[in-house]
Design a protein around this ligand. Structure first.
Ligand SMILES: Nc1ncnc2c1ncn2[C@@H]1O[C@H](COP(=O)(O)OP(=O)(O)OP(=O)(O)O)[C@@H](O)[C@H]1O
Ligand SMILES: [Mg+2]
Length: 445
C-alpha cells in the first residue's frame, strides 16, 4: 500500500513534465519553420487542462507545499525543475541553448517555451527578482541575472516533489545514514541550533555569496561537531541533510586510512571524486583519530595518519559540498586544522531540563504509560546522554510490551540500570537517584 502511495506521489505531477517536453519539441519545430502535427497539438491541449488542475487550490502542487504562484510562475518553476524530474528534458534544453553548459533553462529559453510576447517579458524578469515568490519560497536559484544565465531549482526541490530522497550509491568508503530527524526533534541549547542554521546558510546561499557577490570560494563548508558520545552529533548531521533533502553518508575513517602509504590518498581521492557535484552530506566520524596534532609522531601509524591529514585537508578544501567532522575530544585537534572549519559546534551533555525533553521525545509516542511516569523526575534523576535515553526509553517500552502493561517507573528504572551497566563500570543505586526505589529487589544493593 505504501509503495502504491509513493508511486502516486511521484507520478501525480507527470503531466507538467510531459507538457514541458512537448513545448520543447514545439519550439524546435517552430525554429525550423515547421508545425507540430495535429496529434501532438491535441495532446498539448489536454496536458494544459490537466496542468491547470494540478495547480489549483488543493491540487498536486499544493500537496507538496507549493501554492499561490501565478500561471507564469508555475510555468517557470515547471521549466526549471523538469530536467531533474525527466533527464530527457535536460538534453532537449542543451540542444535548444547550445551555448549554455548546464541542462537548466535560461530566462530566454523560458520565454520561448512559454511563448511570451516581448512586452510580457517584464513579468518574467519580475518573477525572477529576489522579492518574487519563486525566490522567497526558495524554489529556484540563480547563477546570474542575464537572459542567458541558467536558472536552477533550489537544492532538494526535486526530491521534495518526488516525495523521497533519490537513492544514490554510497561513495567508496562510506555508508548511508538513514535517520529521519527534523529540527523539532533536536534537543540542544538555542545558540547551537542557531549555529546549525548558520551552517545551512553556507550551503543554501553559496550561489548568492560566491556566484553573485563575489565572495571567496572556499571548500566545504566544513563543520566540526565536537562532543561526547550520544550527544546528538550524527542526529544533528541528519537534520542538516534532511533540511536539504540530501542523503547523509558516514565515512568510516578506519576503512579509509590504510596502513599502506599511498593507499590512504587513493582512497580519499576515490571518495571525493564519487561525491563531487552530488547532493550529499559527508560525515567523517572520529575525526580526532586522524587529526592528531601534527608533529606528534610517536608511532608509524601516527605518521601515516599525519600524511592522511594533509591530503584530507587538500581534498576537503577542493571539495564543494558539506563535510561534517565529528570528534569526541576537541582538545586533541590541531589548531591549524580548526581554522579551516567554517563552523565548530560543541555538543554539550544534556542538563536536567534537556534530559526531560529527550525523555518526552524518545519514549514511543503511542505507548501507554502510568501517570507516575513524571518526565521531570526522570530528567532530574539520572545523568544520561541522549543516546542513553533513547536506548533506555525503548528498552522500557519493550519491558512493558512484554508484560502487556503500560510503561511504569519500574520498567524505566530497570531499563536505565541496564543502560548504565553497558558501560562496564561499577554502578550502584546511588547513580539512579529517585529511580533507585523502583529497581527490582535483587539489584538494590
Ligand atoms: N541532542 C539530541 N537531541 C535529540 N536526540 C538526541 C540528542 N542526542 C542524542 N539523541 C538521541 O540519541 C541517539 C544517538 O545520538 P547520536 O548518534 O547523534 O550521537 P553521537 O553524538 O553521534 O554519538 P557518537 O559520538 O557515539 O557517534 C540519536 O539517534 C537520538 O535519538
Ligand atoms: Mg555519531
Amino acid at each position: 500500500m505504501e509503495a502504491v502511495v509513493k508511486e502516486l506521489n511521484t507520478t501525480l505531477l507527470n503531466p507538467e513534465w510531459e507538457r514541458i517536453e512537448l513545448l520543447c519539441h514545439y519550439l524546435v519545430a517552430s525554429r525550423r519553420g515547421r508545425e507540430l502535427d495535429a496529434e501532438h497539438l491535441d495532446r498539448l491541449r489536454s496536458l494544459q487542462d490537466q496542468v491547470q488542475h494540478l495547480r489549483q487550490g488543493a491540487g498536486a502542487w499544493a500537496a507538496k507545499g507549493i501554492a499561490g504562484l501565478s500561471p507564469l510562475e508555475f510555468d517557470m518553476l515547471a521549466c526549471v525543475v523538469a530536467p531533474e524530474m525527466e533527464p530527457r528534458i535536460g538534453w532537449l534544453y542543451q540542444d535548444l541553448q547550445p551555448g549554455i553548459s548546464k541542462p537548466y533553462p535560461s530566462p530566454a529559453l523560458i520565454q520561448g517555451l512559454t511563448a511570451l510576447q516581448p512586452h510580457q517579458a517584464g513579468e518574467l524578469y519580475e518573477a525572477l527578482d529576489r522579492g518574487g515568490l519563486l525566490r522567497q519560497m526558495r524554489l529556484i536559484r540563480m547563477h546570474g541575472s542575464g537572459s542567458y544565465d541558467a536558472i536552477q531549482p533550489e537544492l532538494g526541490l526535486a526530491m521534495r516533489l518526488m516525495g523521497r530522497p533519490v537513492v544514490q550509491a554510497p561513495p567508496p568508503g562510506s555508508v548511508p545514514v538513514d535517520m529521519q530527524a527534523g529540527w523539532d526533534d533536536l534537543v540542544l541549547p538555542a545558540d547551537r541550533i542557531a549555529m546549525l542554521h548558520e551552517y545551512l546558510l553556507w550551503i543554501q546561499h553559496h550561489d548568492v555569496v560566491v556566484g553573485q557577490w563575489g565572495g571567496a570560494r572556499v571548500g566545504g563548508p566544513v563543520a566540526l561537531f565536537a562532543g561526547a558520545s550520544g550527544t546528538g552529533k550524527t542526529f544533528a548531521a541528519s537534520v542538516i541533510a534532511g533540511a536539504l533533502g540530501w542523503q547523509l553518508f558516514r565515512v568510516d575513517l578506519g576503512r579509509l586510512v590504510s596502513k599502506y602509504i599511498g593507499e590512504t590518498e587513493q582512497n580519499l581521492n576515490n571518495l571525493f571524486e564519487a561525491a563531487h557535484g552530488r547532493p550529499m552530506v559527508l560525515q567523517f566520524d572520529e575525526a580526532d583519530s586522524l587529526f592528531g596534532k601534527r608533529g606528534e609522531v610517536k608511532e608509524a601509524r601516527d605518521r601515516y595518519a599525519n600524511m592522511g591529514v594533509s591530503h584530507l585537508l587538500a581534498c576537503i578544501e577542493s571539495h564543494h559540498g558539506p563535510c561534517i567532522l565529528t570528534s569526541n575530544l576537541r582538545t586533541h585537534l590541531d589548531p591549524a586544522f580548526a581554522r579551516r572549519f567554517q563552523m565548530v559546534i560543541e555538543f554539550p551533555r544534556p542538563d536536567a531540563a534537556a534530559r526531560t525533553q529527550l525523555w518526552r521525545r524518545l519514549l514511543p509516542p503511542g505507548a501507554p504509560r502510568l501517570d507516575e511516569v513524571d518526565l521531570e523526575l526522570l530528567g532530574r534523576s539520572v545523568t544520561l546522554s541522549g543516546g542513553h535515553i533513547r536506548n533506555a526509553a525503548l528498552h522500557a517500552a519493550y519491558l512493558a510490551a512484554g508484560e502487556n502493561k503500560p510503561i511504569s517507573l519500574r520498567h524505566i528504572a530497570l531499563a536505565v540500570w541496564r543502560e548504565l551497566a553497558k558501560d562496564g563500570r561499577e554502578i550502584s543505586t546511588l547513580d539512579m537517584g529517585a529511580l533507585a526505589g523502583y529497581l527490582p529487589g535483587e539489584l538494590k544493593c
